[in-house]
Ligand binder design. Structure first.
Ligand SMILES: CC(C)(COP(=O)(O)OP(=O)(O)OC[C@H]1O[C@@H](n2cnc3c(N)ncnc32)[C@H](O)[C@@H]1OP(=O)(O)O)[C@@H](O)C(=O)NCCC(=O)NCCS
Length: 181
C-alpha cells in the first residue's frame, strides 16, 4: 500500500509520513535497532534481530506492492524517526478481517504528535484495505501507548499476565486491544 502525508509537529517542524520503499532498507534497520534499544516495551531486543539492510529493503518493497499491508516511515529533515505498520493476521476466511498494528517512535521525538499521526494513518490504511478489526498488544505499564490507543478508539478485551519476559524486570503483562473499523 502507499501513503503520503505531511504533518506539522507540536515543535513546529514538518514531518513526512510515507510508505517505505526499497531504497529505505538501511533507514528502517537503523530505526528498528534504535527503538528496540531505547525501550523495554517492544517484543524483542536489538541483538536478536537477524534482518540485514537488504532484508529490510525487500520487506519494504513487498509492503508497498501489497494491497493490504503497509510500513510507514516518519521523516524529519530527511532522518527517519519512527515507523508503524499493519499486517494481515491470516488469509483464511475466518481471520481475513483481522490485521495487527505495530509502532515505534525514537525517544528523542516522543510527545510531538508523531505517534498519534502514525496511528491514524495506519487506521486509515486498515480501513482502506478492507479489514474490520485492528488489533495490538501493549505492555500494561506502557501508559503512553495505552493512552494513545484508547484515545483512538481501541478497547481492551483481555490480558496475558505473562505475555513477555523482560531481561531487566521479569514478567510483563500484556493488554490485548482491538479497534472495530
Ligand atoms: C507509544 C508511542 C508510539 C507514542 O508516540 P508519541 O509520538 O510519543 O505520541 P504522541 O506525541 O502522538 O502522543 C500521543 C498520546 O500519547 C499519550 N501520551 C503522551 N505522553 C504521555 C505521557 N507522558 N504519559 C501518558 N500518556 C502520554 C497522550 O494520550 C498523547 O496524546 P495527546 O498529546 O494528544 O495528549 C512512543 O512513545 C513509542 O514509540 N514508545 C516506544 C515503543 C512503544 O512502546 N511502542 C508501542 C508498543 S505497543
Amino acid at each position: 500500500m502507499e501513503f503520503h502525508q505531511v504533518i506539522r509537529l507540536k515543535s513546529g517542524k514538518e514531518c513526512i509520513l510515507q510508505n517505505g520503499s526499497e531504497q529505505d532498507g538501511s533507514d528502517l534497520l537503523s530505526i528498528f535497532l534504535l527503538t528496540h534499544e531505547q525501550t523495554d516495551y517492544l517484543a524483542s531486543y536489538p541483538d536478536e534481530s537477524t534482518m540485514t539492510e537488504e532484508d529490510e529493503a525487500a520487506f519494504l518493497k513487498e509492503k508497498t506492492l501489497s494491497p493490504d499491508e503497509i510500513e510507514i516511515l516518519a521523516r524529519i529533515d530527511g532522518t527517519v524517526v519512527a515507523s508503524a505498520g499493519i499486517w494481515r493476521i491470516g488469509k483464511k476466511d475466518k481471520v481475513r478481517h483481522r490485521a495487527e498494528f505495530g509502532i515505534s517512535v525514537s525517544k528523542d521525538y516522543w510527545g510531538l504528535g508523531i505517534g498519534r499521526a502514525l496511528t491514524k494513518a495506519c487506521i486509515e490504511c486498515a480501513r482502506k484495505a478492507g479489514y474490520t478489526q485492528l488489533e495490538l498488544e501493549a505492555v500494561a505499564e506502557n501508559e503512553r501507548a495505552i493512552n494513545l490507543y484508547e484515545s483512538e478508539g481501541f478497547v481492551e478485551y483481555g490480558r496475558n499476565p505473562k505475555g513477555f519476559q523482560s531481561r531487566h524486570t521479569g514478567w510483563q503483562e500484556l493488554v490485548l486491544m482491538r479497534l472495530e473499523l
